[in-house]
Design a protein around this ligand. Structure first.
Ligand code: A3P
Length: 321
């Protein structure tokens, strides 16, 4: 296990060997017994698969394009459900006490800390409808999320090689990872990276994709035809959008526009995490935003390893190569 990402190593959760911080054990029951509301809207994904993009799309659709409300930092209006469990109590306190500053002038320091200090309370107390992000495997979700009457959930998937390269840069940027890409690819195919195994994650949601309360979308489709995915998502959420609104939202969600939008680009958090770790990785959270960016950096050896792993695990009809 690459403990460099987390100070306490990984833990086996549920029936699968899911890679989460040991700290999850402390919150296991809290997660399992979490009370949902019928109008909650969840976005779920394996990390780096277009979560932020999907969250912003879902939020804007569900609020009928309330761009004023969307100026508030995404982590506050659409918090990360199990974030509190990602670090040990000590590290969480250090992060909250020393490095987190505002990305929203109107919020107090306490408010800014709260999304790190207790994401569960934050989610509990959101105004309805609540918007909730998670990276949990389906089998690890709250029990109340596991049937056809559960709140609506949008899952976004991305091809594994792009997920891998994006996650590598994320850890260099946010978690002070100083290892090589080669080591990272090894960890990825050994399923020991955060939230792994990748295939179990995607497969569990793929299997429930036909439920009426579930929408399964792909990063690649968003890149190819964003207006269609916007319409599909609006339809799923029961919102009627005029074509003019679809057009405005497409523009709002473009990579260039999101890259310069402080409410979603996480620049402040990147800056603070850099100072926490004392590292500097030349990248951004909104990094390349394209399909097949793994081709820019991976050597033939790395690609061969990933190809063999894909061939063993592929999901027919989804990511087969
Ligand atoms: P890259 O690192 O490949 O650039 P997540 O939100 O799940 O962490 O995913 C982050 C990935 O989504 C990053 O991928 C980021 O650039 C990409 N992304 C975010 N917003 C995007 C947008 N509007 N268009 C295209 N890609 C976007």
């Amino acid at each position: 296990c690459h403990k460099v990402f987390y100070d306490e190593g990984w833990v086996r959760l549920g029936k699968i060997k899911a890679c989460f911080a040991r700290n999850y054990v402390r919150y296991y029951e809290r997660i399992r017994d979490f009370q949902t509301q019928p109008d909650d809207i969840w976005v779920s994904s394996f990390p780096k698969c277009g979560t932020t993009w999907t969250q912003e799309m879902v939020y804007c659709i569900a609020t009928d394009l309330d761009f004023e409300a969307a100026k508030i930092g995404l982590q506050k209006r659409f918090p990360y459900f199990e974030l509190r469990a990602n670090w040990s109590p000590n590290l969480t306190k250090i992060i909250a006490d020393n490095v987190l500053k505002s990305n929203n002038n109107s919020s107090t320091e306490d408010e800014n800390k709260s999304f790190f200090l207790n994401s569960f309370d934050l989610v509990d107390h959101l105004e309805r409808p609540r918007f909730i992000k998670t990276h949990l495997h389906y089998s690890l979700l709250p029990t109340a999320m596991k049937n056809e009457q559960s709140p609506k959930m949008i899952y976004v998937a991305r091809n594994p090689k792009d997920a891998c390269i994006s996650l590598y840069h994320h850890f260099c940027l946010m978690d002070g990872y100083g290892g090589s890409l080669e080591d990272f690819v090894d960890a990825f195919v050994q399923d020991t990276v955060f939230c792994g195994p990748y295939w179990t994650h995607v497969r569990e949601y793929w299997e429930i994709r036909d439920r009426p309360n579930v929408l399964f979308i792909k990063y690649e489709d968003m890149k190819k035809d964003l207006p269609s995915v916007i319409r599909q998502t609006a339809n799923f959420l029961g919102v009627t959008l005029t074509e003019e609104k679809v057009e405005r939202l497409t523009e709002h969600l473009s990579f260039e526009s999101m890259r310069k939008n402080p409410a979603v680009n996480y620049e402040d958090i990147v800056c603070n995490m850099r100072s926490l770790h004392g590292t500097f990785h030349e990248s951004k959270f909104m990094r390349k935003g394209k399909v097949d960016s793994w081709k820019d950096e991976m050597t033939p050896e790395m690609v061969a390893k990933l190809d063999a792993w894909v061939a063993k695990n592929k999901i027919m009809g989804l990511y087969e190569k």
